[in-house]
Write a protein that binds this ligand. Structure first.
Ligand code: NAP
Ligand code: GDD
Length: 341
C-alpha cells in the first residue's frame, strides 16, 4: 500500500514543491485547501500535479475538521506548512496569525497524540524566531538564542516549543525544520525577492512606468532555493529520530545586494544615490528603477539572518544544488516567459 502524507499549505510555494517530491516518491498525497475567491491552484498547475492530489477542503482554523481528516486518513506523515506566512501582515493581524500559526499547530499535535500516534509530524519553523539583534557576520544554529520580533515569529516560536514538548512528553515523532528564507519562481508576490525580480522585469520589458518601491534595503537574509529546502524537509521526517534542524546556505546578502545581483543578471548597470527615504537606484540613462517608500518598513525589522546548516549537512547528508545566482536566474527565467513566448 502507498504511504500517505497530509500537507497543509499545499497550494503555497513549499507545499507545491513538496507535493511534487512526495508524488515522485510514490506517496498518496492529501492537501489541505481553504476556499479563496480566486484560483489557489496556479502553482500546482504549473508543476502539472493538481490532478494527482486528494484535496481536503478546510481552513486551518476549523480544528474539528482537521482532527477528523487525521482520524480518517491516519497518515504516515503530516507536514504542517500552512501558515499566515507574511511577517509584515502579522503586525496588522496578530490574533489571526496566532490562531493559524500557533493554536492550529497545537490542535494537530493533540489529535496525533490522541488518535494517530504513529503519524510523523513536521513543523515549518523559521529563522524569524531568532529575530534579535544579530550582526551580519553572526551565524545562527540550533543552539542560538531566540528573540522573536513580530507576531508571526512569536506564534511560530510557540508552535516550535509545542512540537518539542509533544516529542519529549508523549514520545511523538515531531520535528522542527528551522528554515531560513527560501525563494523560487513560484514565490508569493509580496516577498521581497519576487517583488524585485517581477518589478524590474515589468519596468524593462513591460509597461510599468513608475519605479519599484521598496522598504529596508539594508536587511540581510540567507536566501536559498525552495526546491533544495523541501528535500531537507523530507530528510528531516525520515531521519532515524525526531529532532530539530537548521536549513540555510551559510551565505547572506542584503536586499540591496539582491537587487545588484539581479541587475547584473539582467545586464543592467544600477547606480545608487541619496540616503534614507531619498535613496534611489537609476539605470545608465538616469531612469529611476528603485525608490523607497516608508509604507514598506516594518514596526521592527529583523536586520540580519545568517544560518549555519552544519547539523543538517552532517546528520541528514543534506546538499543543496542552488546558489544565489542560480536562484536568481531561475526566477528571472520564469518571469521572462511572460514577455517572450
Ligand atoms: P506560502 O507560499 O505563503 O504558503 C502558505 C500556505 O498556507 C498556502 O497554501 C496558504 O493557502 C496556506 N494557508 C494560509 N492560511 C491558511 C488557513 N487559514 N487555512 C488553510 N491554509 C492556509 O508559504 P511558503 O513560503 O510556502 O512557506 C511554507 C511554510 O514554511 C509556512 O508555514 C511558512 O511560515 C514557513 N517558512 C517559510 C519560509 C520561506 O522562506 N518560504 C522560511 C521559513 C518558514 P492559500 O494558497 O489559500 O493562501
Ligand atoms: N516583503 C518586502 N517588501 N520586504 C521588503 C521590502 C518590500 O518592499 N523592502 C525591504 N524588505 C525587507 C524586509 O523588511 C525584510 O527585512 C526583508 O526584505 C525580507 O522580507 P520578506 O521577503 O518579506 O521575507 P521575511 O524575511 O520577512 O520572511 C520570509 O522568510 C521567513 C524566514 O526567515 C517569509 O517567508 C516567512 O514566512 C519566513 O518565516
Amino acid at each position: 500500500m502507498k504511504k500517505k502524507a497530509i500537507i497543509t499549505g499545499v497550494t503555497g510555494q513549499d507545499g507545491s514543491y513538496l507535493a511534487d517530491l512526495l508524488l515522485k516518491k510514490g506517496f498518496k498525497v492529501y492537501g489541505v485547501v481553504r476556499r479563496t475567491s480566486s484560483d489557489p491552484f496556479y502553482r500546482l498547475k504549473y508543476l502539472k500535479i493538481e490532478k494527482n492530489i486528494d484535496f481536503l477542503s478546510t481552513d486551518l482554523s476549523e480544528h474539528q475538521r482537521i482532527t477528523s481528516h487525521i482520524n480518517l486518513i491516519k497518515p504516515n506523515f503530516f507536514f504542517n506548512l500552512g501558515a499566515q506566512s507574511f511577517v509584515d501582515y502579522s503586525y496588522k493581524s496578530p490574533m489571526y496569525t496566532d490562531l493559524i500559526n500557533n493554536t492550529s499547530v497545537l490542535n494537530i499535535l493533540e489529535t496525533i497524540k490522541n488518535t494517530s500516534k504513529k503519524t510523523k509530524f513536521y513543523q515549518a519553523s523559521t529563522s524569524e524566531m531568532y529575530g534579535g539583534y544579530n550582526s551580519r557576520k553572526m551565524t545562527l544554529n540550533e543552539n542560538s538564542i531566540f528573540n522573536p520580533f513580530s507576531p508571526y515569529a512569536i506564534a511560530k516560536l510557540s508552535a516550535y516549543h509545542y512540537t518539542k514538548m509533544y516529542r519529549n512528553s508523549y514520545n511523538i515523532f515531531a520535528s522542527n525544520g528551522i528554515l531560513f528564507n527560501h525563494e523560487s519562481p513560484i514565490r508569493g508576490e509580496q516577498f521581497v525577492t519576487k517583488k524585485i525580480i517581477k518589478g524590474l522585469l515589468e519596468i524593462i520589458y513591460g509597461n510599468k512606468k513608475d519605479p519599484l518601491s521598496l522598504g529596508n534595503l539594508y536587511a540581510t537574509r540567507d536566501w536559498g532555493h525552495a526546491k533544495d529546502y523541501v528535500n531537507a524537509m523530507y530528510k528531516i521526517i525520515n531521519y532515524k529520530i525526531a529532532d530539530d534542524f537548521v536549513v540555510a546556505t551559510k551565505k547572506n546578502y542584503s536586499v540591496k545586494d539582491f537587487i545588484n545581483l539581479t541587475c547584473k543578471n539582467l545586464g543592467i548597470k544600477i547606480l545608487w544615490s541619496g540616503e534614507g527615504l531619498k535613496e534611489v537606484g537609476k539605470d545608465s540613462k538616469g531612469r529611476i528603477l528603485i525608490n523607497i517608500n516608508k509604507f514598506f518598513f516594518r514596526p521592527l525589522d529583523v536586520n540580519n539572518l545568517f544560518g549555519d546548516p552544519s547539523k543538517a549537512i552532517r546528520k541528514l547528508k543534506w546538499k543543496r544544488k542552488y546558489d544565489i545566482n542560480a536562484l536568481i536566474k531561475d526566477m528571472i527565467l520564469y518571469e521572462k516567459k511572460k514577455y517572450f513566448k
